[in-house]
Design a protein around this ligand. Sequence first.
Ligand code: ZN
Ligand code: ZN
Ligand code: ZN
Length: 277
Amino acid sequence: MEIQYLGTAAAEGWPALFCSCDICRRAREVGGKELRTRTQALIDEKLLIDFPPDTYTHALNYSLQLGKVQHLLVTHSHMDHFFPVELIHRHEHFGHHAKGMLHVYGNEAVEKAFYDAVLIDRFKVHPLDEAVRFVRLKPFADFTADGFHIIPVPADHDKRETCLIYIIEKDGTCLLYGHDTGMNLSEEAWDCIFSHTYNLVSLDATMGKKQIDGYHMGLPDDLTFIHLLEERGCVDSGTVKVINHFSHNGEMTHEQLEAFAKEHGMTAAYDGMKVLF
Ligand SMILES: [Zn+2]
Ligand SMILES: [Zn+2]
Ligand SMILES: [Zn+2]
């Protein structure tokens, strides 16, 4: 499998829209990998994970053919992961020759956000029935999409909805996509995670050098998470361990995150990064 990290920032972006903290000022000065758009990933050019407001920018920057993508996994309804109004542009009137149906998979909050965005009066002349279809997911109810076997696992994130992280398998290769989540997962969720062996794990590192009790992880949590997986034989030295979904509030530059990752056998994601695993 190949994963491309299209965006790697938390909700406010990096530099954050209205922020002039040291990290954001430095990001504007240095540019390059210190600039991050909101979190999104693409697997094998076929399976899109999340749909932030930066999706359009990602399509431009990486010459993506999003009209060919037929499966979009959404983790939760937060704006940095789901900006549904843009989906209207998959209608034939705007998106000529888009291939078949785009299936949008998500929880109840994502479903509501989807219909609230696309069923407004202005768009009623361009109904999406032939172009985009919503599919409601239930935790642990696995399904197959375009050859990918996908297991939605309930995250430790916003309690107002069933936020999901995903285990994705194809041809004997397995990936854990862990954004957004903290470490206070249910026993059932841990059991499900521990019942697989991974070629790549992608972990929430929003808090950087800081730590909070759940909702997001910091770097010490990432080390603990990896250690738990190692103890159970779910990962080994061949597993690619990625930290991703960064905030300026973690108070570390990309350079510092990269140094930390290298020291611990991990990879700090940056916008555009591709990993073959
Ligand atoms: Zn997020
Ligand atoms: Zn800032
Ligand atoms: Zn979130």
